[in-house]
Design a binder for this molecule. Structure first.
Ligand SMILES: NC(=O)c1ccc[n+]([C@@H]2O[C@H](COP(=O)([O-])OP(=O)(O)OC[C@H]3O[C@@H](n4cnc5c(N)ncnc54)[C@H](OP(=O)(O)O)[C@@H]3O)[C@@H](O)[C@H]2O)c1
Length: 298
């Protein structure tokens, strides 16, 4: 619920204007929290008729450079281009550098930049070691943002879930795959905590608590089977049989396979202990309960 996020946040300073490039799943949620806190927020999509499109931004088309007028905060939620370039910097770097009012520039990145650590924990001091091509591109974009010398903060995210994008959708469609790979864990984050963390970090940044990279993950990296079993129990659905990874991988898409080839646990102490953000959904159990409650309402 939006009120659960908003109640633990301070409003942004008066006259704040947040521009979000990429109003997809996370971008829309961040926008709604920002608006509930009283700020002006504008979100891009590639098509002007898409839900929540306040303006159009498409890396393949020219953008109106006026969009940054009066912006105090900017967030990009757009993945890298295949060239490894960042779509926003590609088109708007000069305008960003000339914007006099920018207090914070956020970039949603991925924990994929850490690569495979064979199940070990990683924190912001761990040297990135991207192994997948898309993670190499992602790390390149992080560097492009940091090299602007704008007040940039990189938020590294693991698997994003939330209402409409969780274990329930495939369970209800009957397409769940119980891939069994002992020792494999995934970290995750509920979309409400991305929104909460973004607004929380923006306010801290202006107080001088401004680390350039922050992991935004929940407390409990978990094997996928546990997550599916918990969701099935709540939804009262029977579980399909387990399929050993060695067999399941034969029919996986290259993208899906790439996720199973890396195993790491994301440490969130910087965000949750040092900076003091309190997770709304500290683990997949509380997060899935929330997703299920939204499912019943639809
Ligand atoms: N999904 C995950 O589990 C996960 C995990 C870690 C990190 N991430 C990264 O975190 C960010 C937010 O994730 P999300 O799942 O909320 O993203 P999402 O729902 O896929 O939204 C991505 C947004 O980027 C826009 N976009 C994509 N390509 C574009 C281009 N070439 N030019 C202009 N706009 C473009 C999309 O436009 P439209 O609205 O028009 O489609 C959409 O608004 C993304 O960078 C994502 O890669 C995702």
């Amino acid at each position: 619920m939006i009120k659960d996020i908003v109640k633990q946040l301070d409003p942004l300073p008066p006259k704040s204007k947040l521009i979000i490039f990429g109003g997809g799943f996370s971008g829309q949620r961040i926008a709604s929290v920002g608006r509930h806190l009283g700020s002006q927020v504008l979100c891009s999509r590639r098509e002007k008729n898409s839900a929540g499109a306040d303006f159009v931004f498409d890396s393949d088309k020219e953008v109106s450079i006026d969009i940054l007028n009066g912006a105090t905060h900017v967030l990009s939620c757009i993945p890298p281009l295949l060239s490894g370039e960042d779509p926003v910097l590609n088109q708007l770097k000069t305008q960003l550098l000339n914007s006099k009012n920018l207090k914070w520039v956020g970039y949603l990145s991925t924990t994929g930049v850490y690569g495979d650590t064979k199940g070990e924990w990683v924190n912001e001091n761990t040297s990135p070691n991207p192994q997948q091509e898309r993670s190499v591109r992602r790390f390149a974009c992080e560097k492009q943002w940091l090299e602007t010398n704008l007040p940039v903060q990189i938020l590294r995210l693991p698997g994003i879930y939330g209402p409409g994008r969780s274990a329930f959708e495939s369970l209800l469609k009957g397409t769940t795959k119980m891939v069994d790979k002992p020792g494999q864990v995934f970290s995750r984050i509920h979309v409400d905590d991305i929104a909460g963390a973004v607004l929380f970090l923006i306010n801290l940044y202006s107080q001088g608590k401004n680390p350039s990279v922050v992991n935004v993950a929940d407390n409990l990296p978990t094997n996928n089977l546990e997550v599916i079993a918990f969701a099935a129990k709540i939804a009262k659905k029977s579980l399909p049989s387990k399929v050993p990874f060695e067999i399941a991988k034969e029919t996986m898409s290259p993208m899906a396979l790439s996720f199973w080839q890396e195993n790491r646990k994301i440490d969130n102490k910087l965000l949750c202990k040092t900076l003091g953000y309190s997770l709304i959904y500290p683990n997949f159990k509380s997060g899935l309960k929330n997703c299920f409650s939204q499912l019943k309402m639809n």
